[in-house]
Write a protein that binds this ligand. Structure first.
Ligand code: TLP
Length: 382
């Protein structure tokens, strides 16, 4: 269990000016003094804009019709992803949601049951596509606060093979774990749980939308984190800053089947090299810098832990996601309104809970500025 820090001591103050005048993420608000105020957007790392180098690569990309397999840039991106993750093949898709859906469609048959963590992105935020389009039952087992699923819980959830039961055919894992605050699954954990699944004839799919964050945090190659699984989805348009796209990786046979499913759901893109070009830059140049986002997340969680009444879990801030709770004595509606008025954008997760995601559009100074504004807000409402 992680340590839960609720601080009722000192206020946090660092004297950073409100008008930092730096690059804007999504726009400006007027401060009380009528001056423009930078919006600090921590809703997600999906808001990151492509770099200049990406835009240049997109402009210059060599193109062809990818449905015929003739787009050289898409082919290069797929080969690059497959080689970085040490899988036989990769498929470029429009989104993480599509990659996860194709994985379910490819690994299962309608009427099967799949096992997921109770906090899985596939379960919460992918519109129930696995059930609606794949016809599978989603059986959830409890995730702990670190994004893990217990071995015994998985074992118990696997159906006995008999005439009455659906076939359990797939286990889905998530690394890093979004709803558990960007926590990482280690190679050891993944190896052990995947072995258990394989022993029971299940396939294992990893939602690795932020797998490179996990690799950077653990200082291991991403290939090591995905070695035990049969398929993995990785996203280019989160911390890696590409505008669009995801890759679904696995064996050559798996990817060929997934390619056909992709066509069926309308995901065959023609001159997709235009966007794949940015993806190549993302994989080649943007992985290492994720460490900056992680450092900013640690700075944010440390600062928040010093604001009276705010609750954080520093040991669970392992990558670029920070979960926090607003002071219990402050009406939630007022807290949300004040965040908005002070130009702080974060995700609201229900109850007192919020999610802030550090990303390339935010500097260390922006984090300090956000902390200063939240500190003032809490002082004003307390
Ligand atoms: N997650 C989004 C929102 O939750 C919608 C975000 O802002 O974090 N797997 C994981 C673990 C994800 O976090 C996401 C996006 C996806 C899959 C889906 O990726 P996209 O948005 O490309 O469909």
């Amino acid at each position: 269990m992680g340590e839960c820090v609720t601080n009722h001591m000192n206020e946090y103050g660092n004297g950073v000016s409100i008008d930092t005048g730096m690059v804007l993420c999504v726009g400006k608000r007027k401060s009380k003094r009528g001056r423009a105020m930078k919006i600090i957007d921590m809703r997600s790392d999906t808001i990151t804009l492509p770099t200049e180098k990406m835009r240049q690569a997109m402009y210059e990309a060599k193109l062809g019709d990818d449905v015929y397999g003739e787009d050289p840039t898409v082919n290069e991106l797929e080969q690059l992803a497959a080689s970085m993750l040490e899988k036989e093949a990769a498929l470029f898709t429009s989104s993480g949601t599509m990659s996860n859906l194709l994985a379910v469609l490819t690994h299962t048959h309608p009427g099967d049951e799949i096992i997921l963590g109770s906090e899985a992105h596939i379960f919460w935020y992918e519109v129930g596509g696995a059930a609606a389009l794949g016809g599978v039952i989603m059986r959830t087992v409890a995730n702990d606060e670190y994004g893990q699923i217990g071995f015994d819980a998985v074992k118990e959830a696997i159906r006995i093979k008999n005439i009455h039961s659906p076939r359990t055919s797939l286990l889905c894992l998530e690394n890093t774990h979004n709803r558990c605050g960007g926590t990482v699954l280690t190679p050891d954990y993944t190896t052990t749980i995947a072995r258990l699944a394989h022993e029971h004839d299940l396939r294992v799919h990893l939602d690795g939308a932020r797998i490179f964050n996990a690799a950077v945090a653990l200082d291991v190659p991403a290939s090591e984190l995905v070695k035990p699984v049969d398929s993995v989805c990785v996203c280019l348009s989160k911390g890696l800053s590409a505008p669009v796209g995801s890759l679904l990786c696995g064996t050559g046979e798996f990817v060929e089947k997934a390619r056909k499913w992709r066509k069926m759901v309308g995901g065959g893109m023609r001159q997709a090299g235009v966007i794949a070009a940015a993806g190549i830059v993302a994989l080649q140049e943007m992985v290492g810098r994720l460490a900056e986002d992680h450092a900013n997340a640690k700075r944010l969680v440390y600062g928040l832990s010093h604001i009276p009444g705010i609750t954080v879990w520093p040991d669970r801030t392992q990558t670029n996601i920070v979960m926090f709770e607003s002071p219990a004595d402050v009406p939630i509606g007022e807290f949300i309104q004040q965040l908005d008025m002070r130009g702080i954008k974060v995700g609201y997760r229900g109850g007192l809970r919020f999610r802030a995601v550090t990303n390339r559009m935010l500097t260390e100074a922006d984090i300090d500025e956000a902390l200063e504004r939240i500190s003032q807000l809490v002082r004003g409402l307390g």
